[in-house]
Design a binder for this molecule. Structure first.
Ligand SMILES: [Zn+2]
Length: 350
């Protein structure tokens, strides 16, 4: 991520150091834990906190110390950042900046933290209060450290991890944490440990694929006094007056974004260290202006930019192979999206 994101994180960290009597008195401190590092069963990396965007919940299917020893061993070909015992004790096996092998999906492993819980997915004994509390304290601390929204899109079960070829549960189609894991209780606890008991921010956008200008608002509770609106990690608007809306309620002009997926974030701030973050992915699909092949000249008019050009102007740009493609655009055509209906690539003669 860019500099802005780093500054943003630094500001949030600085803000969270100012201790104010928050509701519930929680300030998401790291719970006590024991380090028992494994070797040879994880990928050494240099992950920054903000590159972690998921917490994956697992169940060991075995007793605590046996599971700890197994997940420390290179023979397991698996690992997890943390394991939580039925008595609430936490053992850390892999550093957060390294990639543990827990989700059965490389993309998810690269951007997540794995937390194992001693127990059995289909065991009727379920999970203990001590486990829920320790795990939720830990998850709250990780989420705050990474500026991760605390919701079911970011705190997921192993069973939800997609499989690249189709299906869920990672490459081995695991189903943990299973029917005895109480998600409502867990998320509520994580939010409480993060100091979010009464505080919330929710993005409000029209459903489905978006085009043209769309309203983008933030619904808040619990004394939120300002909301930062970000697109793909960059703050684009700050509203300090309720009701909170992007661009003073004028809406988001999706033609200034490329067609495709974009991540929209709302960050509601109630005071030092008191904030909530929510994120949503939108799909933009603005139709390109009618295309003709007349007047196509390879690589002449101007390079593609994200600024709209005047109506009917031809633009060309080089593809990675050195060929160029051309299309005609209207004033409102979003240029980053390169329509498949543009001219076929013409390659320079060598
Ligand atoms: Zn699992």
């Amino acid at each position: 991520m860019g500099l802005r994101r780093v500054t943003f994180l630094a500001a949030a960290v600085a803000a969270s150091c100012v201790l104010v009597p928050a509701a519930g008195g929680a300030n998401a401190a790291r719970p006590p834990l024991v380090w028992l590092k494994g070797e040879g069963n994880y990928t050494k990396s240099h992950r920054h906190p903000e590159s972690i965007d998921k917490i994956v919940i697992h169940v060991t299917e075995g007793a605590f110390w046996g599971s700890v020893r197994w997940l420390q061993s290179p023979r397991a070909h698996a690992s997890s950042h943390y394991i939580i015992a039925r008595n609430g004790q936490i053992v850390q096996l892999v550093h957060l900046s390294d990639i543990a092998w827990h989700a059965g999906n490389w993309r998810v492993n690269s951007h997540s933290v794995g937390i194992e819980h001693e127990g059995y997915t289909y065991g009727s004994e379920g999970f203990t209060d001590a486990q829920y509390n320790s795990s939720a304290r830990l998850a709250a601390w990780i989420a705050r450290r990474s500026l991760m929204p605390i919701d079911r899109k970011h705190i997921i079960g192993h069973a939800q991890v997609p499989v690249p070829g189709g299906g869920r549960g990672g490459s081995s189609h695991h189903t943990d944490p299973g029917p005895h894991w109480n998600w409502r209780r867990y998320i509520r606890l994580v939010r409480r440990y993060a100091g979010l008991e009464k505080l919330s921010v929710t993005p409000q956008l029209p459903p489905g694929t978006l085009r043209g200008v769309v309203p983008w608002r933030a619904k808040v509770t619990g004394g939120v006094t300002s909301v930062e609106f970000s697109i793909n990690g960059r703050v684009v608007w700050i509203d300090r007056r309720a009701p909170f809306a992007f661009a003073g309620g004028r809406g988001l002009n999706t033609t200034t974004l490329g067609n495709g997926r974009h991540v929209l974030t709302v960050h509601g701030i109630a005071g030092p260290g008191r904030y909530d973050i929510a994120r949503t992915t939108i799909v933009v699909d603005n139709k390109a202006f009618a295309l003709t092949s007349a007047g196509a000249r390879p690589w002449t008019m101007r390079r593609a930019t994200s600024k709209p050009l005047s109506p009917g102007i031809w633009i060309s740009r080089k593809t990675t192979s050195g060929c160029s493609r051309s299309m005609v655009v209207s004033a409102s055509t979003p240029l980053p999206a390169w329509p498949t209906t543009s001219t076929p690539p013409t390659c320079p003669s060598r």
